[in-house]
Every structure is written in C-alpha cells, then in structure tokens.
Design a protein around this ligand. Sequence first.
Ligand SMILES: [Zn+2]
Length: 384
Amino acid sequence: MLKAQKVRLYPNKAQQQIISSQIGGARYVYNRALALRKFAYQRFGIKIGKYALINHITKLKKREKTSWLKEIDSQAIQQSIANMDKAYQHFFKGGGFPKFKSKHHSRQSYQYPQRVKIEGNKVFLPKVGWVKCKGLRKEFVGKIKTVTVSYEAYQYHASILIDVENNAIKPCSNPSKAIGLDVGVSLVVTDSDGNKVKPLDLARELKKLRLRAQQLSRKKKGSKNREKAKAKLSKINLKIANKRKDFLHKLSLQYAENQGTVVVEDLKIKNMTRSAKGTKEKPGKSVKAKAGLNRSITQQSWGLFFELLEYKLCERRGQLIKVDPKFTSQACSVCGHVSKNNRKSQSKFLCESCGYTENADVNGAKNILVRGIHGNNASLKIAV
Ligand SMILES: [Zn+2]
C-alpha cells in the first residue's frame, strides 16, 4: 500500500541553488524529449521510445553546450522522461496533448524515483544532500518510492510516496522476555544477560577528523583553500554522524526484535560524569574540554538510541521502561545492599554483604532490569 506525505523543506542557500538547477534541468529534459518525439512523429511518422530518449539526453551531456546536464541527477532525468512518456500515453487514451513546461509556472518541481533517505528530521536528496524538514510522520515506515521536490510561493516541499507494506515488520521473537541495558561512555552497552555489545569503532574516522581539523587551522582566513578544507572537514563529520546513527539503528533493532520489554536509565536524571574522569586506557590530556564534548555526544547518542528503541519496540507491541538511575552502579543486584565499597574497580563488583561478584556493568544492567519490573526502590538496602 502506498502512502503519501508532504513535508516542508528548509534547504540552505547552497541547497536552494542546487534544487533550482535540478528543477530547471528536469524541465529542460521534459521539453526536449517532448519536442523530439513530436518532431519525429510529424516529420517521419515514427514514435521515439523512452529509452532512445534517455540515450539522447546522455549524449547531450557529452556536448559542450549541454554539458551542464551532468549536474542534474541522472535518475531525475530518467524520471522526467518517464513522466513525459506517461503524459503521452494519456494522450493516446483520449487525453489532451502533453504541454511544454513553462519556466514561469507558479509551481516548479522535479522527481526522484529512488535513493531518497529519511533520518530524524532530515531528508537526503541526491545531489542536494541532507535537507532539514518539518512535518515528517514517524508512523510511515517503509520503502520510499518517488519523491517530488517542489518550489512554490517561496517555499520548498517534498511529497514522499512510501510503500508501507514493503517493509513488513519482523515480529518480536520473545515478547515475554525483559532485559536491562546499562549504557556508558563511548557507546558501550552492557545488558542484564551479561552481553557486552562491541562498541562502534571510529578510530580511523576520528584520526582523519583530527587531521582535517589541523589542515583547516593552517589555511588562511577567507581563502579558497580554507573553504575546501572546511568542506572536507564537514564531510568527515557527516560520515562519523552517519556511522553512529547506523550503529544505533542496528543495535535498537536487535533488542526490539528479541525482547518484549527493555529497561534503561532515565537520562534526564542520569549524570554521565564518569566520562569526565576519562577511562583507564585514556587518562590523557585536556580531559576536561574533551569530557564536555564527549558527554554531550554520548547523551545525544543515547537519547537517539532510546528514541529508536522505543519506536521499534512499540511497532512490535513491546515497551521501553525508563527508571531512576540512582545507585544502579553501587547496589547489589542479588541482595539490594548499597555501598560505594561494593565497587572494587571500574569493572569489578563484589558485594560486601552477600559476597556476590559480577562484572560491574552487568550488575548495573541487572539492577536496571529489577527496577523496571518491581519499581524504582526495589529492594534497596542502603548501608548506614
Ligand atoms: Zn549482595
């Protein structure tokens, strides 16, 4: 089943220019294809097929005068020809003869047959990049079909056609099962079943990021080279952000497909100060400045992770429960005894009351699970 939704786009100045050339290119192709077909029919009584027209436009790209067509998304060009072809078919079924498209029409548009992506409140349009938008409805999940980008009355819109059925949701394999997740700095997840999820490895990208930032700092202000270096830096930043998002998508899907209930800590209450201290492996320099940034990225990432997780769980009739994070790292998940001394090191937990020992993060995840099921103050025995 196809569902359509229209969203408002907010392209920046550079993107507006690209959209405008895509619109112009699509219109040119439409008109050129129509003229050619009309001419061939009137002069020689033959009908030029869709693919011959596409080939013709491809040849035009190689000519100097029309080499600007290379800047136009090739699938948008094909789509433009397909639309002209459709209008022609309509004519043969008794409709009006296809009209040439005017530059002066109040509504201008072009179409992508595929390759458009949606992420959060952004839409990815080939050749244009990620464009901010408003009005996306999250419940429309599925394969994106055609997307029409339009410009009218100084506003940009995208009409997105989504094949809802195409994305059959794989149901949860274990709806009665519950799990607790302990999330940490640098995208580490530990669950109450004792699994540690291998964190995302961004070492190569981060190295490149540092290099690019260094290169930028050496360029003269206002120079062309500085602009180039800036573009390279933002490209690697985008790559990192996308890798992170992709990782969180997969991770949330994995839990949503295998657990009916997932319990996590409420990040609004949790203060991720652990990151400020740095880790054993990296006690490093400028911990303070780095920690601030690190913390905000971590918070943001986990915020997104919980959002994705909740959404994917709800799709499968599961649930996400958020609990108070107080003492989750100091309490014993077996007897409830709370003490700083239970925490022997960053990784080792040993209850001084009952002797229970466990990896500290796993113990934390177990506490989170217990709280989700029995309520926030479940069996805490705070040592005096
Ligand atoms: Zn204990």
